[in-house]
Design a protein around this ligand. Structure first.
Ligand SMILES: [Mg+2]
Ligand SMILES: [Zn+2]
Length: 187
């Protein structure tokens, strides 16, 4: 793959963007259910030469609700289902901590996005960050990533609450984001 292609990256939140969210946490592979069209949208990004990384808060681990084995099983299911429609997620960065841990990775802290930028050697200005919660967007905005809100998951509530980072674009769902993003891609 040419270098120019490999620098093309999209960063996604997981719960409420790729899969159905739950206030009771997603604790097992059985509870991990893809949102309609989300994995096909990821495949479409891949076909356009983009890699996809996930940055996800998973405080359920820190709370003892599930462990990293269960998280790995969720992601194995996600990758299997993505592969079935021609898609692939290149990396999953997760924060296992609770707010009380005061770590640098739990969004809205930008730690995970900083690690992704370093790992993939990308420029924030060229890399969209997509989320359904304000903290996803805040983590991106502080590093200069373009921010995109989807209205799935907590997205409707997030939009209604207001205070989105300047320049945030709003999309019905991940599929709508991808169509809009690729249509406006610089040649
Ligand atoms: Mg979310
Ligand atoms: Zn953390």
């Amino acid at each position: 793959m040419p270098t120019s292609t490999s620098r093309k990256l999209v960063i996604l939140d997981r719960d409420g963007v790729i899969n159905v969210d739950s206030d009771a946490f997603i604790k097992s592979a059985d509870e991990w259910i893809a949102l309609p069209g989300s994995l096909e949208a990821i495949a479409r990004l891949n076909q356009a030469g983009y890699r996809v990384a996930i940055a996800t808060n998973q405080s359920g681990i820190g709370r003892g609700l599930f462990d990293t084995t269960a998280l790995n099983e969720m992601h194995a299911k996600m990758q299997r289902q993505a592969a079935a429609v021609g898609g692939r997620i290149d990396a999953v960065f997760f924060c296992p901590h609770t707010a009380q841990d005061h770590c640098d990775c739990r969004k809205p802290k930008p730690g995970m996005l900083k690690m992704i930028a370093d790992r993939f050697e990308i420029e924030p200005a060229d890399t969209p960050v997509v989320g359904d919660s304000l903290r996803d967007l805040e983590a991106g905005a502080v590093l200069g990533f373009p921010t995109h809100l989807v209205l799935t998951g907590k997205g409707e509530k997030t939009r209604a609450a207001g205070g989105l980072p300047e320049g945030t674009k709003v999309h019905a769902d991940l599929r709508a984001f991808v169509l809009d993003f690729l249509a406006n891609e610089p040649a």
